[in-house]
Design a protein around this ligand. Sequence first.
Ligand SMILES: Nc1nc2c(ncn2[C@@H]2O[C@H](COP(=O)(O)OP(=O)(O)OP(=O)(O)O)[C@@H](O)[C@H]2O)c(=O)[nH]1
Length: 450
Amino acid sequence: MSIVTVQLGQCGNQIGGEVFNGICSDGRGTHGLCSKKENESYYDACKERFFWEEKSKVPVARAVLVDMEPKVISQTLSMAARSGYWKYDDRAHFCQKQGSGNNWANGYSVHGPKHKEVIMNLVQKEAEKCDRLSGFLTIMSLAGGTGSGLGAFVTQCLRDAFPTSFILNHVIWPYGTGEVIVQNYNSVLTLSHLYQSSDALLVHENDVVHKICAQLMNIKQISFRDANQVIAHQLGSVFQPTYTAEGGLHYSRNPLGDLMETLVPHPEFKMLGLRNIPQMPENSLAYSTFSWPGLIKHLRQMLIANAKMEEGIDWQVRPPCLGSSVPSSHSTNKPLHFNTSIANLVILRGKDTQSVDLGSFRDPSLYTSWLNPQDAFNAWKTPRAFNKYEKSASLVSNLLKPLDDVVGKAWNMFASKAYVHQYTKFGIEEEDFLDSFAALEQVISSYTNL
Ligand SMILES: Nc1nc2c(ncn2[C@@H]2O[C@H](COP(=O)(O)OP(=O)(O)OP(=O)(O)O)[C@@H](O)[C@H]2O)c(=O)[nH]1
């Protein structure tokens, strides 16, 4: 089955380009360390998911590019064409002359309704090219005006037009400081709206990605391109084909459906985070060896101690003994806080994946009590190595992201009514803000009571 990607705004388009680049270069690779037959069926599954083929046989991304200004779209289209290995459909993009000025209300209430028809026509055409449609992946930032506002609007339109398809929103959490002044307003408005129409939100935090670039990839002057390549690698490690059942004969047929079934058991809980191990500069790979027990031990501790990368993990954090009361998640940032999950999915790629012991992830004390631990944990595997890593593991978890921080900061600003007039002038009233705050407070409360 196929996924149609909708790239929105500067951030969404820049990341989308890197995602297709990464997926295509991994898929075409002959370094998969597996049989030729395995490698071919992996590439076929990857193509069906993300590309369609023109007569020229050049894979064309199943994607729609949307922005309110032309520059980033034209850069993204030409970056793809220059690769020579894949491209975008020249007719599958829509742009205007002027962006949304980091104003969510402008994207949501003005650009959305005005351009709904043309954008949804492009999406419809892309969906019709799929023999079997698994659903939609939207990529956007939370902080700007186009990706966030127009993105929230388009997500609602997707939900209305494709009620039986899955929608996964990939969202970029802004840097904690020093960016758009109203970023917390935009984030609160986006998240609360997405929560109504999306099946799940997969979050990458710019601060975390920046740290990975600096500390694991040894990059000195970090550009968005570097950050986006890390994000693309992590997304590829989840969305490239895998076997979802032990001894399975086919690569997973419904990538988004399988992901939701595994990770989103209840519509109140749809925040997903992603961790990946190992990550290092390509030229260090040849000198590194990894053992599965070592990788799995690190990944599990990253989960329970809420570490986003393998460096600086707090090894003191332990799961609570079953039967004792779990500390409240209000203390999310406290060093000894234990991270309770709703559900976890581990994805293993590469050599000897069949013999890996994942028992430590089945430990009931990792999970909320209302779900059977057998249902809360799943593992997907493939012997096909990913992106030149002989062995690699990813963990997708359903757990709370730093929502309370963003909501708190936005609320403080709202209390003095700062900048609210910029939103009311585009039809977003104080009532709308209050509804968004209330919706997210409810999400925070549900997660903290796990
Ligand atoms: N990781 C990453 N973050 C980005 C990138 N481009 C922008 N951002 C982040 O996105 C937020 C700003 O949103 P943009 O995507 O630039 O804005 P937009 O959606 O185009 O909206 P307007 O500029 O208002 O039209 C900030 O938090 C930036 O840090 C990128 O290429 N990669």
